[in-house]
Design a protein around this ligand. Structure first.
Ligand code: HXC
Ligand code: NAP
Length: 268
């Protein structure tokens, strides 16, 4: 294990999108370090197997099906989490949607669906969790991306939503810092074996990403969940308003190819 095994003992977490992919990894990682975990997303078929895996670590698990676009349903998820687990220390906002579509072909509803899930869903969860996080001087972690750092084609909807998520991270860090609540984010690069990569990168694009990434590989779910564990733990107790990029250095290399010498890659 990367950290001491009792790192999160006695804590409770709610992870949205926690049944699958990166956020399933985060939910399981929190549990491995002693945290009771509630997970939510629309489909019980996604949630129930992960809840069973959380219980297998010896921690308590709650699975509540809900759509983060519905503020009333989100209130219900938070209430059920607090009722079953006794409080809320950590909120991880990971529920998201994505598809490739050029802006000129994107319908208002297509743009709106992603903004509603990623950005407004994060807002609804943050609002519902606030009184409980305040009581426990808790932590919020928003899963972002690096797509909006540059002009990523066919990603206007997601880039807009995640830029909003990063703004929300900074503003809430300032507003809720005096309540003892820390608000941070993680911006993963392409993470192998996830729905995000399946939707966005074909085999050729994956190979290109591996070759272009300074650390020469795609990310692993564990790369993100280790970063999440750090930011949710007391080891990060003076860090707030920060979105940590976990991408092996990939976004820094974009559009810099023109500077590399073709023969030896030494530049100039
Ligand atoms: C164009 C599309 C589309 C597509 C949907 N729409 N898919 N437009 N191209 N491929 C449009 C629809 O036509 C519709 O607009 C609107 O979006 C809403 O579609 P619905 O199917 O009704 O939405 P809904 O059932 O709410 O589903 C939301 C979803 C879906 C986002 C569209 O894909 C979903 O549930 N995704 C969850 C899983 C997921 O995406 N995981 C990846 C996360 S990865 P109209 O006008 O027709 O009504 C990520 C970052 C990855 O976020 C970064 C990697 C580097
Ligand atoms: P994923 O497995 O598809 O995760 C998305 C989750 O969101 C699913 O569990 C989905 O479950 C849930 N969800 C979607 N719409 C919802 C809604 N309306 N209400 C509640 N839950 C909803 O994809 P992933 O690739 O692991 O992505 C996880 C997070 O990492 C996302 O925030 C994504 O933007 C971010 N990210 C991923 C990558 C990558 O390489 N994969 C890179 C950068 C950022 P249901 O279908 O059951 O609702």
């Amino acid at each position: 294990m990367t950290f001491q095994s009792h790192l999160l003992e006695g804590r409770t977490a709610l992870v949205t999108g926690g049944g699958t992919g990166i956020c399933r990894g985060i939910a399981l990682e929190l549990a491995r370090y002693g945290c009771d975990v509630a997970i939510t997303s629309r489909s019980s078929e996604h949630l129930d197997p992960t809840a069973a895996e959380i219980r297998a670590t010896g921690c308590r698990a709650v699975a509540v099906a809900a759509d983060v676009r519905d503020p009333t349903a989100v209130q219900g998820v938070v209430a059920k989490t607090v009722e079953e687990l006794g409080g809320l220390d950590i909120l991880v906002n990971g529920a998201a949607g994505n598809f490739l579509c050029l802006a000129e072909n994107l319908s208002p509803n297509g743009f709106g669906a992603v903004v509603d899930i990623d950005l407004k869903g994060t807002f609804h969860c943050a609002k519902a969790a606030l009184p409980h996080l305040r009581r426990r001087r808790g932590v919020m972690l928003n899963i972002s991306a690096t797509l909006h750092y540059l002009g990523t084609p066919a990603q206007l909807h997601v880039a807009s939503a995640k830029a909003g998520v990063d703004a929300l991270t900074r503003v809430l860090a300032v507003e809720w810092g005096p309540y003892g609540i820390r608000v941070n984010g993680i911006a993963p690069g392409p993470i192998a074996d996830t729905e995000g990569v399946r939707r966005l990168l074909d085999d050729a694009a994956k190979t290109r990403a591996e070759q272009t990434t300074p650390l020469q590989r795609l990310g692993l779910v564990k790369d993100v969940s280790d970063a999440a564990l750090f930011l949710c733990s007391d080891a990060a107790s003076y860090i707030t308003g920060h979105t940590l990029v976990v991408d092996g250095g990939l976004w820094l290399t974009a559009s810099r190819d023109a500077f590399a010498a073709p023969s030896d890659g030494a530049g100039g």
